[in-house]
Ligand binder design. Sequence first.
Ligand code: 9MG
Length: 257
Amino acid sequence: MGILNVTPDSFSDGGRFVDRERALAHAHQMIADGADIIDVGGESTRPGASPVSVDEEQARVVPLVEALAREGLLVSVDTRKPDVMKAALAAGAGMVNDVRALQAPGAAEAAVAGRAAVCLMHMQGEPRTMQKEPHYADVVTEVRDFLVGRARASEAAGIARERIVIDPGFGFGKTVAHNLALLRGLRVLVETGYPVLAGLSRKSMLGALADRDVNERASASVAAALAAVARGAAIVRVHDVRETVDALKVWQAIETE
Ligand code: 9MG
């Protein structure tokens, strides 16, 4: 899954793809580099990011979703807002990537009506304050139990099991130690039977571990993506598609006898 942030303030590529032609060109490049899904987001979830109105978010994402879907590409819409989900699904998106795991009133209904696949992500707290003092007794079990609960609620709302992906939400209300525990314990999530998505790309945890600024984290991100796939992740959400795909090809060749 290649990340396409059409926001002025995302933590890594904020402002780069606000221009529609540049955004489309970047999406095409990610597909050429081997992405299977383009995740289009119009509101940053980084701590301290400015909130965006429904109208503004729709104006950012819907034309892009429409253009990419018209080309037959699988497009995911990264949003927490049911109205944006509805508009993006009507424009041809096939997946909803919701960092709030469809907890907003009307979100599950929007996904059901749009026959969408969904990615349900774990987050402790809310983006503005989530990194203040995250706390867990047992991060892996708590995240697993939350995600299974949200997946069951989504199924009860009418989303088919095979359309549900779960995601531990690296960096969303988690310290570096929590993120590492989740990555080491990713198999516990895989064992639920739901496909697991891992989003570690360029995150601050990698900055802390590799001592790199945000735009110098490609190698660290590739290492993290490989570690996630080695533990059973089915999808990795990344900025550096080409580098990640190359590394995965080599790793898969080694693993396949
Ligand atoms: C929008 N967004 C930012 N980070 C993410 C992650 O780790 N997973 C998912 N599903 N979405 C994310």
